[in-house]
Design a protein around this ligand. Sequence first.
Ligand SMILES: Cc1ncc(COP(=O)(O)O)c(C=O)c1O
Length: 393
Amino acid sequence: MSLIDREHELFLPTYKRLPIVVERAEGMYVYAADGTRYLDFLGGIAVNSVGHSHPRVIEAIETQLRRYMHVSNYFYQDAQIAFAEKLSAMTGYHKVFLTNSGTEATEGAMKLARAFGSAEGRQRIFGFTGGFHGRTYGALSIMDKPRYKDGMGPFLPETGVLPFNDVQALRDAMSHDVCAIVVEFLQGEGGVRWATQEFADAIAELREQYGFLLIGDEIQAGAGRTGDFFGFERFGIVPDIVTMAKAVGGGLPLGAILVSERLSHVWGSGQHGTTFGGNAVACAAGSAVLDLLSEGLMDHARMMGAVLLSELIGLQAEFPALVTQVRGAGAMAGMELSIPAGPLVDALLDRGIIANATSDTVIRLVPPLTFQQEHVAEVIGALRAVLADAAGN
Ligand SMILES: Cc1ncc(COP(=O)(O)O)c(C=O)c1O
């Protein structure tokens, strides 16, 4: 039986996997067991920000592995503390809680917000259409996509989903019962869609007026991906709580809830916890990632992102009937099509490029932040070819 058949036999069929059996991955490339080399513009779904198998990340992991892997959060651990110090220095946030994943960061942030709001009887938490916050019940409760939710209710009480970038709908939904809103200022799964400045301004104004907490979900767009450390930075707004995961662990499972000073003392001993969150090996990898970001990788992503976007805009001009919009920043780009994106993504794979489709009609590119001019040329050449094929059909 082939490896693929064995997988089909053993696993719940929740993933539509690419037809690739991976042998190894290095830098910008994934190598299949059959010897094929793929240029990786998916980056482990926006995880491998420093490229696959970065020597600094491997070294940090190896050093920590030899000391110990896991002792539990009963202990003080220098790897955790070093990571938290770097995160705090780079973001200005006051305190941190470390998680294993993005959805766990979302759940923790929602719990913390409710714990803070409980003194005033605030419970209601809103998310926004197109937002993606994870697969657990809190996260799903503030998401609108039926495919992720059908048949799995009921969801959390006192939650809801408002239309993204709709200032009036936000104003209409506002009351002093609102505990928090969770905003992905650059939506990833939702199709690489930015919040508008008007929407961000309205959030800031209403937060002042109503006193709710703003939770920024930076799980995908954060950790330097856009060329800023956080996607929300360009809006001049500072969330009260920020959630992170994905790239921040350098390929190991690690996430974080960052909180501003006034939320520092909401939780006491035992009010939240996790066995594995903040694992020492993951934190060592995370520290190496943060070092690389502050040593110039973020600037590189900003610069190369401008190159990528301008090339994508060039393709839009070449194929105006097919490419309706290009969005993003840094190592996060979306190309909105007038046709389903899935077949084009399959065609890209046939040409040795790994990308994916989000939001049905968007080709999403989230490469490692280490991508170079030659990789842009390769991906743009392949995109041009598959768009030309699609135009001919
Ligand atoms: C913005 C955002 N939030 C939350 C999540 C959930 O993260 P995880 O899959 O680690 O639970 C994701 C995952 O794609 C995401 O993109």
